[in-house]
Design a protein. Structure first.
Length: 384
């Protein structure tokens, strides 16, 4: 083979292998992003495809060409599945399977009818274009796309148009006879490099935005309970009280687990962590829609309740009662685990520090009243 042919022949598999390895290490860093693992599989399959295609050309081995085309369709299909997972949409396995089967059927009929490389190339390119259309549907289905998702959407459109145009470019090239297979090989390889590299840029940008977003989320999340931590709650509560949601805020609820130090001292921190998780679970379970919930630290919890749900004191009592019931009998020595809760209804013009201070004062009153009760700020206790 000519030097140019060799260089082009190794360009696609090497580039695909680099993308696959890079994506693999990104996935190992954060395995919660399943779509990255699927992309690793896609670029791995793409690497194998171009290795097989490279060795099939000099020998004109139809079995190897069949395998190469199956692999390139599979690689594109995996990208479509990965994007569906990332966008939270159904992958459409039935549609993707139908595209693959129809494409390979068309390819095989072309071979059976004695058609040449040009006709087979048209069939495969149309099949990949159809898979790109499925990718577009996954991204287009997002109600509001981020700038990175817009970039990805544009790149998929470019890929689709290029796959549709490639057969016509090849037919218009004027190459014939012995020159045609070489031209097809060179043009296909170079255009595939362009498509794969530009799409990879958008994919890596998407992954970077997801990783950064998760880092920001982790910085605002309590590890033990999955609730907002103090910083995260303060940010969201301030945004609600100072923004357009201010008129919807009804009250702040502050809860504290009674005699929690004794639980840790007598039963260990592991059991204490379990009690904290149980209370967090009850908050999530009974919280009205739109409620902002956080763990301020230790055994202290807080929630900002909106007006368009159940009344704050009803929510607080549901949490107190459910926690007390579920925690009953948790300790062999008969020790009880209960919670005290303070409620501060929001006042006109009140800011976050002021509301938090009043909720904390109400919690103190609940503790002073004997614990295991709820106490609205500046009012008598409601239950116990």
């Amino acid at each position: 083979m000519m030097i140019l042919d060799v260089v082009i022949g190794i360009l696609n598999p090497v580039m695909s292998a680099i993308f696959a390895v890079s994506l693999y290490f990104l996935w190992r860093h954060d395995r919660q992003h399943t779509y990255i693992a699927i992309l690793v599989a896609s670029y791995t399959v793409r690497t194998l495809c171009f290795i097989v295609l490279y060795f099939s050309l000099p020998h004109d081995t139809m079995a190897l060409r069949l395998l190469a085309n199956v692999l390139i369709l599979l690689a594109a299909t995996l990208v479509a599945v990965a994007l569906a997972v990332r966008m939270g949409r159904a992958p459409g396995y039935g549609v993707l399977l139908a595209i693959n089967l129809l494409t390979m059927l068309g390819w095989w009929l072309s071979v059976d009818a004695g058609r040449g490389l040009q006709e087979r190339g048209i069939v495969v390119n149309l099949g990949i274009a159809a898979i790109c259309a499925v990718m577009l549907r996954h991204v287009h289905g997002r109600t509001s796309r981020t700038p990175v998702e817009q970039l990805l959407y544009f790149q998929i459109w470019m890929a689709l148009l290029l796959f549709l145009a490639r057969p016509f470019i090849i037919m218009a090239s004027g190459s014939a006879g012995d020159e045609y297979p070489l031209f097809y090989w060179v043009f296909t390889s170079v255009s595939d490099v362009i498509i794969a590299s530009t799409l990879a840029v958008a994919i890596f940008a998407l992954i970077a935005s997801d990783v950064v977003g998760k880092m920001r989320s982790d910085a605002l999340t309590d590890v033990l309970t999955g609730l907002l931590n103090r910083r995260g709650f303060e940010q969201q509560a301030n945004a609600a009280l100072n923004g357009g949601a201010r008129g919807r805020v009804a009250a702040m609820i502050m809860g504290d687990l009674d005699h929690f130090k004794q639980i840790n001292d007598r039963h260990g921190h592991g059991r204490g962590d379990g009690v904290i998780r149980l209370f967090a679970e009850k908050l999530r379970e009974h919280a009205p829609p739109g409620t902002i919930i956080g763990r301020l630290g230790g055994e202290e919890f807080v929630a900002l309740v909106m007006r368009d749900g159940i009344p704050p004191h009803v929510f607080a009592e549901q949490v107190r009662a459910a926690f007390s019931a579920d925690a009953a009998g948790a300790f062999a020595d008969g020790m009880r685990s209960t919670a005290s809760i303070g409620i501060a209804a929001v006042k006109d013009g009140e800011d976050y520090p002021g509301l938090l201070e009043r909720a904390d004062a109400a919690l103190y009153q609940a503790k002073a009243a004997g614990r295991d009760c709820i106490w609205p700020a500046s009012q008598h206790h409601l239950s116990g």
